[in-house]
Ligand binder design. Structure first.
Ligand code: TMP
Length: 209
């Protein structure tokens, strides 16, 4: 089977970390060679950009500057890690990708979606996930869970209304291209969430006979 690119998306406190561990276990059970990475980040340079983006600061961060930093990190990540891995037959599991940009910078910050599409085309050159697991959760519930993790970063400090827009942004992406997404109801008990994730993985990547 050709190497696949899987991404995991969702708003704050949706349980990405726990469920990514579950996906890793599933990949291992299939004896699939893979790397697990994240955005923003995934390479030393892109992790530095991540730190710039997430760090709390006095200075107001311009939304266009934020968008360009996200894509700067993504270019480095794709060209030095993701694409070389896929070309070598290694699957890539990524915590967030460009759907997050449409959701956070597009829907959340209100930036022009055409500008994001322009950057997407330029930076990704046709690279898109084979499957995106979108974990959906009630915003207030997610923020409550996220608050248990300790201090909030620059994004986590946003208002509930910002995250409501982000959630709508994700749903809009799913509606535009439903065949790429598995929508997972992440407010369920963890066991139920993971049954749904396993089902999606098996549907997208059936065992070859
Ligand atoms: P997380 O990976 O711990 O969820 O944190 C990453 C943060 O970065 C999260 O709040 C969403 C934000 N983000 C964007 O705003 N745009 C993007 O394109 C990506 C990948 C992440």
């Amino acid at each position: 089977m050709k190497a696949k690119f899987i991404t995991v998306e969702g708003t704050e406190g949706v349980g990405k970390t726990t469920n990514i561990e579950f996906i890793k276990t599933w990949l291992q059970s299939r004896e699939i060679e893979f790397i697990a990475t994240r955005e923003p980040g995934g390479t030393p340079l892109a992790e530095e950009v991540r730190d710039c983006l997430l760090r709390n600061r006095e200075e107001l961060v311009d939304s266009t500057a934020e968008l360009l930093l996200v894509f700067a990190a993504r270019a480095q990540h794709i060209n030095t890690l993701i694409r070389p891995a896929l070309e070598r037959g290694i699957w890539v599991l990524c915590d967030r990708f460009t759907d997050a940009t449409f959701a956070y910078q597009g829907a959340g910050r209100g930036l022009d979606k055409n500008l994001i599409t322009l950057l997407e085309n330029e930076v990704q050159k046709g690279l898109h996930p084979d499957l995106t697991l979108y974990l959906d959760i009630d915003i207030e519930l997610g923020l409550e869970r996220a608050s248990l993790r300790g201090e909030f970063d620059r994004f986590e400090k946003e208002q509930v209304s910002f995250f409501e827009k982000v959630r709508e942004g994700y749903k809009e992406r799913v509606a535009q291209n439903p065949s790429r997404y598995a929508v997972i109801e992440a407010g369920q008990a963890l066991q139920e969430v993971q049954i749904d994730i396993k089902q999606a993985l098996e549907k997208w990547f059936p065992l070859e006979k």
